[in-house]
Design a protein around this ligand. Structure first.
Ligand code: PLP
Length: 387
């Protein structure tokens, strides 16, 4: 089997991740933060270690500002619905996933309006697009770091600098970049960073996090959670605790998934994110070279002439005149896993001009190889010949 659907979730995971999940279940099987017995304390220790290492990895000096969620989508909902107030205006990019677009659109019920900036082109062009749309009541810019459709990287350092200069909150969707592109919340002026555990940090499905900037130093955030429930602290209070992280962590956390995230992140750090990124980009370049030799193939590569924004190992394409779902099925019959359709990102498909059926997406991980890329190209030749 060739697995090229890593932008959905990475597979396989490092051996240490499988071991960590089993260990969490056998040696830390209590409910974290609820009791003082050994199994509960062991679970709480895993969570705390993961909080500390995530905070350090992403440039936040306050581990309590790491709030665990179930995935990136929950993290984005907490940040967006919290940091944006009634009547505000916000900006999003034209490469957003539905986990940004839908919560932002839903805020229409609170009279929140939004505009869409163009993330294609040079950094100056992207910033100009943003500046042309900012209004007096713009309170937040919410954008993906890297597109899940084509791997385009947005200039988040520069957008963050602009946000800080205008006192605009900056919320970053790092679903595709956490673990494969450097992110420093402090340097990039990010207010809330939303990450998954299960993609390039090589954890399993079931957990993600929103990390609030360390400027929220009092570990207090004035806005409301989106879910209320038990938190293991302040039980006599009918309201949610005011402190991070408990304010946003209602109910029992998924300890095995957090253990997996911790083990995956350690593996990423051991290998080195630069090395992983270079490997994936080398495969992307090879695949693009092979695809561009096939006249039947249409490649969707947005222009970005900035070397500091190389993006990630994601490639979108079509065989002209063939539905992307048929192409993905033909690959699946050959034991090759790719994803077709719109990838929950209709704005990105519109910007790329992929047409009525979306596109086929190939996405690499640190375990993908050049031999697999060659085998993929051979299979594509066969599929084209089949008509
Ligand atoms: N944002 C982007 C750019 C994504 O690619 C994804 C998932 O593929 C998400 C958000 C949602 O992530 P999750 O499935 O962890 O909620």
């Amino acid at each position: 089997m060739i697995y090229f659907d890593n932008a959905a979730t990475t597979y396989p995971k490092p051996r240490a991740v499988y071991d960590a999940v089993l260990r969490a279940m056998t040696e830390a099987g209590g409910n974290p933060g609820r009791s003082a017995h050994r199994l509960s304390m062991a679970a709480a220790d895993i969570i705390y270690d993961c909080r500390c290492e995530l905070a350090e990895f992403f440039g936040c000096s306050v581990p309590e500002n790491v709030v665990f969620t179930y995935n990136t989508t929950y993290a984005l909902n907490i940040a967006i619905k919290g940091l944006v107030s009634r009547g505000d205006h916000v900006l999003i990019s034209n490469f957003e996933h539905n986990s940004v677009l839908r919560p932002v659109a839903a805020l229409a019920s609170r009279n929140v309006t939004y505009s869409v900036f163009d993330a294609r082109g040079s950094t100056v062009e992207v910033l100009n697009s943003i500046k042309s749309l900012v209004r007096r009541n713009t309170s937040a810019i919410i954008c993906t770091h890297v597109s899940n459709v084509c791997g385009l990287e947005l200039p988040i350092a520069e957008i963050g600098e602009y946000c800080a200069s205008r006192h605009i909150a900056f919320i970053v969707d790092a679903a595709q970049s956490a673990g494969v592109r450097p992110i420093d919340m402090r340097a990039y002026n990010i207010d809330a960073l939303c990450i998954p555990g299960h993609k390039s940090l090589y954890g399993i499905t079931g957990c993600g996090a929103v990390i609030f900037n360390e400027k929220y130093r009092e570990s207090y955030i004035p806005f409301s959670p989106i879910i209320e429930g038990g938190s293991g602290v302040d039980s006599l209070n009918i309201g949610m605790p005011s402190l991070l992280p408990e304010r946003f962590e209602a109910g029992t956390l998924c300890v095995p998934a957090i253990a997996a995230l911790l083990a995956g992140m350690r593996e990423v750090r051991r290998v080195g994110i630069d090395k992983i990124a270079q490997h994936e980009l080398k495969l992307k370049a090879k695949l693009c070279e092979l695809l561009s030799e096939m006249p039947e193939v249409e490649l969707y590569l947005p222009s970005c002439d900035d070397e500091s924004r190389p993006g990630t190992g994601v490639v979108a394409f079509n065989i002209k005149g063939k539905p992307s779902s048929d192409i993905a099925d033909a690959f699946a019959k050959r034991g090759i896993c790719v994803r077709s359709g719109f990838h929950c990102a209709p704005l990105a498909h519109k910007a790329l001009g992929t047409g009525p059926d979306g596109a086929v997406r190939v996405s690499f991980s640190m375990y993908s190889s050049e031999n697999e890329v060659r085998a993929f190209a051979t299979a594509l030749h066969e599929i084209i010949a089949e008509g």
